[in-house]
Design a protein around this ligand. Structure first.
Ligand SMILES: NC(=O)c1ccc[n+]([C@@H]2O[C@H](COP(=O)([O-])OP(=O)(O)OC[C@H]3O[C@@H](n4cnc5c(N)ncnc54)[C@H](O)[C@@H]3O)[C@@H](O)[C@H]2O)c1
Length: 736
């Protein structure tokens, strides 16, 4: 390769873009943001792009361009969103978006072919950059992911994505991508028409060079927004043609947009403004033209960046990025290597833990259950997940088989001696868990870390049976383990820092967002969930209808309502934990007395098909479940609809928030950050509210305290605001 760069680029350790021209006349633009592990698009790039464009224009030897990343495993992961945080008005953001549009338009209008050669993450602004190229090739590597995930931050693709994507892959397909933020691997991207070719990583540069030259020699033609040159007719299936037919008439498009809007409104319940704005951008672009579409995109992008919802979602993004780097231990403390993991109990949780340990963390897993049935359950559970992946073509049979082979089962302790970490997920009994601990200490000769997945028993109590309590810790996973992102690590006064460091690293390897909390009844998450669910119970006792309670909390942004949750988790589990929490924290943690009638009536919820809702009939029946009306007679309640949804949600929310503040006040939580992420990732606290602590900040502690005082007068002690809140209200302080 001959170098054809100006001096600035030659000694250019500080620039992100470099241009080298090879002897075939291909200009290779390498993006390599200095000092960072992955490329993100920054505002400063405008000047760099400008410089490169000028170089390209002034060099007649260049016949085609290839844009490639200098990072080993990533193309461009998106825009650097911290640059958005420095902007203070909609107009400023709109201006920034317009500058971006100009650059991408310039790239798109170059008179020579431009090939994007993509390996690794190609997301957000990275994908928008590649959409401005004439041709896209990506690799089949598992790290290659293409998508526009802006919606997950409450934003929209502001770099022309809402205009270029629908023109490339169709309106319905583009809306699907932009409204879900889903990321496609190479194969799926090719199928959708998002990329032109998929090749092995080792072949990327060669294939890109060939494509570039073929484009120059017109051996390849491209469908471009600017110069549509081929008809796709013959390439499409009947279903795709039907979709296309719908998209080619204004009437047909209206049907698509109306349907999309109806679906997002149902899903967001009006809590997230970005999906509707994404639809609007596409609609304007399709009906009024590309320029009008871009104009709308910049304007609505400005509105979203300045919205409270996006600001909270970006806060969550920063907090979870921060947590990824946090070791939770003092400097210099080293984690121990983990190769083999033992899991005790092959039930719902044990199986899930085994799966993520083998699949995500890549460790060997040995499962022990008291009987064959338990072992088989766990193995079947794991294989079912793989079977689904194979069915959906996310994995080959070979790959799945290889990973599954890392999980083995037994009803004895055979194979446990060499496990460096053992996680117990047996029944919720202190005695049983202590027995497990003693067994493991003896089998591993004191070498293994013993972790409990208990949801309510204090780890300190379990550790009382230990010869070496420094090796005892809580690893609290959430169900279903392979989907729920949080791991709450619970440490006692005696847990050693090495053990904490090891488990934090292990949890991250399992793909979890990890928080570390101090031991105490219910730790953090179970403790703040209890008063939230109890409050719904109190309102039910007051006569608020069950479905009304659930709807109110779903409207407020929770994924499920509190009564449905009780049915799902098990009413028996709830009634078992409540007295334990009440013993530690007083009567404020007790559910209404009439709930004891549920136990007498053998109502355990979904598991025995006797709960607040009806479970008879086909599980596949669409639509919401029906309330089992007989429960009102059982409880002696006449349901009414007098209370507003907002009032219902407020009472539950304030209970959860106040308990979260108590956890911080008592040192269970280390920081508001951990509390916010724990509530959102573990319990589904509405992300757009930012978590309990961000919510207090947004409302002001004084207004929260005032409301709690009013409710305390009405309903008693359980609404007494935490002292920390009262102090903050008095001094006008915030958590962040
Ligand atoms: N289910 C949840 O949502 C959830 C969430 C977080 C934590 N937890 C906690 O996880 C633990 C397990 O819960 P689960 O829902 O998986 O229960 P589960 O009933 O589905 O599974 C428990 C398993 O432990 C096995 N077991 C019992 N005694 C054993 C022994 N002596 N040796 C080996 N195996 C034994 C049982 O045979 C069973 O397979 C409990 O402590 C629970 O509180 C549950």
């Amino acid at each position: 390769m001959t170098t054809n760069t100006d001096s600035k680029v030659d000694n250019e350790s500080q620039t992100a873009f470099s241009l080298q021209v090879d002897d075939k006349g291909i200009g290779w633009i390498t993006i390599d943001v200095p000092g960072e592990t992955q490329n993100t698009v920054k505002a400063e790039f405008v000047d760099e792009f400008d410089r490169i464009f000028k170089q390209v224009e002034s060099d007649n030897a260049i016949k085609a361009l290839i844009i490639i990343s200098g990072k080993k495993d990533g193309f461009v992961a998106g825009a650097d969103i911290s640059m958005l945080q420095n902007l203070t008005s909609k107009e400023q953001v709109e201006e920034l978006a317009k500058v971006g549009h100009k650059v991408f338009n310039q790239l798109e209008s170059l008179s020579l072919p431009v090939v994007a050669a993509i390996n690794g993450a190609c997301l957000g602004a990275g994908l928008e950059l590649s959409l401005s190229c004439s041709y896209r090739i990506c690799t089949s590597a598992s790290s290659t992911k293409l998508g526009l995930p802006e919606v997950q931050l409450g934003l929209l693709p502001g770099g022309g994505g809402t205009q270029r994507l629908p023109r490339l892959v169709g309106i319905a397909n583009s809306l699907d991508l932009m409204l879900t933020g889903k990321q496609l691997n190479g194969k799926r991207a090719k199928k959708l028409g998002l990329v032109n070719e998929v090749v092995a990583n080792s072949n990327l540069m060669k294939a890109a060079a060939k494509a570039a030259l073929d484009l120059v020699n017109k051996k390849k033609i491209v469908v471009s927004r600017l110069k549509p040159e081929v008809s796709l007719g013959g390439l499409l299936s009947a279903k795709e043609l039907q979709k296309l037919a719908l998209e080619t008439t204004s009437f047909g498009r209206k049907i698509i947009f109306d349907k999309a809007l109806e679906t997002v409104n149902k899903k967001t319940r009006g809590n997230y403004p970005s999906p509707a704005k994404i639809i609007k951008c596409v609609q304007v672009g399709m009906e009024e033209g590309y320029e009008a579409g871009l104009e709308t995109e910049a304007k609505l992008f400005g509105e979203l960046v300045m919205s409270e919802e996006a600001s909270q979602l970006m806060n969550i993004f920063f907090a979870s990025t921060d947590l990824k780097k946090d070791t939770f231990v003092s400097d210099g403390i080293k984690s121990q290597p983990i190769d083999r993991v033992g899991v005790l109990g092959g039930g719902l949780m044990g199986a899930g833990i085994a799966f993520v340990t083998a699949d995500k963390a890549g460790k060997k897993v040995r499962i022990k259950d008291q009987n064959e049935k338990g072992v088989n359950h766990a193995l079947k559970y794991c294989w079912e997940i793989y079977r689904n992946k194979i069915k959906r073509k996310h994995m080959t049979v070979n790959d799945a088989g290889q990973r599954f082979a890392a999980i083995t089962g037994t009803t004895s302790y055979q194979g446990f001696k060499r496990c460096e970490l053992v996680i117990e997920a047996v029944f919720e009994s202190l005695e049983l868990k202590q027995q497990m601990l003693k067994d493991i200490e003896s089998v591993s000769e004191g070498n293994a870390i013993f972790a409990s997945n208990t949801s309510s028993i204090p780890i300190t109590q379990i550790a009382e049976a230990a010869k070496d309590p420094s090796k005892v810790i809580g690893l609290h996973y959430f169900s279903p383990v392979d989907k729920m992102p949080l791991l709450e690590i619970v440490i006692t006064d005696k847990t050693s820092e090495e053990v904490i460091a090891t488990c934090v690293e292990f949890g991250k390897a399992q793909g979890k967002t990890v928080i570390v909390v101090k031991d105490g009844t219910g730790f953090y998450t179970s403790r703040i969930l209890a008063p939230f669910v109890n409050e719904a119970g109190h309102m039910l006792a007051e006569g608020v209808a069950i479905d009304r309670l659930d709807k109110a909390l779903k409207d407020a942004g929770f994924p499920v309502g509190p009564i449905t949750l009780l049915d799902e988790v098990g009413i028996d589990v709830g009634t078992k934990i409540a007295p334990i929490l009440a013993e530690s924290f007083g009567d404020r943690m007790l559910p209404p007395k009439l709930f004891s009638k549920l136990e007498q009536d053998n109502r355990k919820g979904k598991k025995n098909k006797r709960g607040f809702y009806k479970y008879a009939g086909s599980a596949k029946k669409k639509g919401p479940r029906e309330v089992d009306q007989s429960i009102y007679t059982l409880l002696g309640v006449s349901p009414n609809n007098n209370m507003s949804g907002d009032a219902i949600a407020e009472r539950c929310l304030l209970q959860m928030i106040n308990e979260a503040v108590l956890c911080l006040q008592e040192g269970i939580l280390n920081s508001p950050r951990d509390g916010d992420i724990g509530a959102i990732f573990g319990l589904g606290f509405p992300p757009f509210l930012g978590g309990p602590f961000r919510y207090v900040d947004s409302q002001g502690a004084a207004s929260i305290v005032k409301r709690m005082n009013e409710l305390e007068k009405q309903f008693g002690e359980r609404f007494k605001p935490a002292q920390r809140l009262v102090d903050m209200a008095a001094s006008n302080k915030t958590f962040y």
